[in-house]
Design a protein around this ligand. Structure first.
Ligand code: MLT
Length: 257
């Protein structure tokens, strides 16, 4: 089992992923939102790479059952129902709904990796469950950090380092490429306090500046669900694996679904 980490998808084209097993990470905040939405009962999350396409998909979809969600420069897009704060994706709001999801980096990374044989989404919430499932699959893995506008970012790389270390804990002979080893070194330095690490990143600071500091706390919660989003027929759905139980995530008002 060989693990390759990519700090962004800039240098890769869609065909690179053909037949691969890929895990997309966009900790602040797209991958956290996807996991939260599915944990709180959303039927599916449909990732899109342009706002125009998001509008088109929502126009074609059965009205009332879809929610147009996402952000531009961290803020809700005009005409969209929700932005990209995990706190907006409560059970009350998303249960039974198809979420059409456009974000600056995260949704685009999922779309880029769409030809993967297996495509999963990870954040800190579901990291131990994803690691366990990958070890059970026992295939080579591409960990794709969404990064920031085509570049490396610290928060996704630290999360990738944590996923690599969880895999190694379960399978000590897994082969780790140089980028994955570097991610683990960063994890060692910055991973003791995930919230503090995220507050000090460029995107973390921008989110705080724009009024989303509560999101950082949510995004730093570790191992709180076994939900694994899995890409199939154009949408991310809950992976149905025996032994993986769907747990719930608290919503804004502290309710559990
Ligand atoms: C992204 O895809 O870049 C994000 O998730 C941005 C954000 O929500 O702030």
């Amino acid at each position: 089992m060989k693990i390759n980490v990519h700090y962004s998808n800039q240098h890769l084209d869609e065909l690179y992923f053909t037949g691969k097993t890929t895990v997309v990470i966009d900790i602040l905040r797209a991958s956290t939102v996807i996991v939260t939405a599915l944990a709180n009962g959303a039927k599916e999350v449909i990732p899109v790479s342009t706002v125009d396409f998001a509008m088109k998909v929502s126009g074609n979809a059965f009205s009332g059952q879809t929610l147009l969600c996402g952000e531009r420069n961290t803020k809700k897009i005009e005409g969209f129902v929700l932005g990209n704060s995990p706190l907006e994706f409560s059970h009350e709001v998303v249960n039974g709904k198809s979420i059409i999801h456009y974000t600056t980096n995260g949704s685009k990374a999922v779309v880029k990796a769409k030809f993967s044989e297996n495509l999963f989404v990870a954040c800190f919430h579901n990291l131990p469950a994803v690691a366990k499932h990958l070890v059970e699959l026992n295939k080579d893995v591409e960990i794709l950090c969404a990064g920031s506008n085509g570049n490396f970012n610290l928060e996704d790389t630290v999360c990738a380092g944590k996923l690599v270390s969880e895999i190694l804990f379960l399978k000590e002979d897994a082969e780790i490429g140089d980028a994955g080893r570097a991610a683990m070194i960063l994890l060692k330095t910055l991973g003791k306090n995930l919230l503090k690490m995220m507050k000090e990143t460029e995107h973390g600071k921008l989110l705080i500046e724009n009024g989303f500091s509560a999101d950082l706390k949510v995004c730093s919660e570790y191992g709180i669900t076994n939900i694994i989003p899995y890409f199939i027929s154009g949408a991310l759905k809950k992976l149905d694996v025996p032994g993986i139980h769907s747990e719930t995530i608290a919503s804004k008002d502290g309710e559990k679904s």
